[in-house]
Design a protein around this ligand. Structure first.
Ligand code: GRF
Length: 191
């Protein structure tokens, strides 16, 4: 639980690409009953499409390549501290954070993953679900630990897979549920 002391909790969102979850979180943060506000966006790609939502909404954003990982993480931790960021949300962020970084933000980094974890950790989840003829897939919001896609599950939504699904149609259907559970999970961990 993260204490909010009656104010909206400051969060940072880390992205690498499209940023549709970021867009959705920004929209939710503007609602009166939302417990969080987005004060910082970090991208490892300067051309990430999602940065448009930072610009449109006047949210501070920074680019770090995460190539010199440890050095850059020190700088990021400093910015997070200065900005009083309490929670980090990974949203389509394609880099692996160091164990040291995760430890410093222990229990305060969330990720959204497009599968019913612990099934299908890693990439290309929808293709693997279809190849295995699974009847259900879904999405999961979980805490980030040093092990890929393995931390405590905060919220999960099961989504039906249809015979005619392609990875595109399945992705689209699951994304709609991602947009519902990510802000909900955030509001759940803030007291
Ligand atoms: C989402 O499916 C999310 O679950 C996964 O990466 C995708 C990011 O999409 N981690 P977007 O950048 O939020 O549109």
């Amino acid at each position: 639980m993260i204490k909010s002391f009656g104010k909206k909790t400051k969060i940072a969102v880390f992205i690498s690409g499209r940023g549709s979850n970021l867009k959705n979180l920004i929209n939710h943060s503007k609602k009166k009953n939302s417990k969080f506000q987005i004060d910082l966006i970090i991208s490892n790609k300067k051309n990430a499409k999602g940065l448009i939502f930072a610009k449109k909404n006047n949210i501070n954003f920074k680019i770090f390549s995460f190539i010199k990982l440890l050095e850059e993480e020190v700088k990021i931790l400093d910015i997070l501290k200065k900005k009083k960021i309490k929670i980090i949300c990974l949203a389509g962020f394609m880099k692996i954070l160091s164990k040291n970084f995760i430890k410093k933000f222990n229990g305060k980094i969330l990720n959204i993953h497009p599968s019913l974890l612990p099934k299908y950790k890693g990439l290309n989840t929808h293709d693997r679900v279809l190849n295995n003829n699974d009847k259900y897939s879904g999405c999961t919001v979980h805490l980030v630990t040093g092990k890929l896609d393995s931390g405590k599950i905060i919220l999960q939504k099961k989504v039906k897979v249809f015979n005619h699904d392609t990875s595109k149609t399945l992705e689209k259907r699951i994304l709609k549920h991602e947009y519902l559970i990510y802000p909900k999970a955030l509001n759940l961990i803030i007291s």
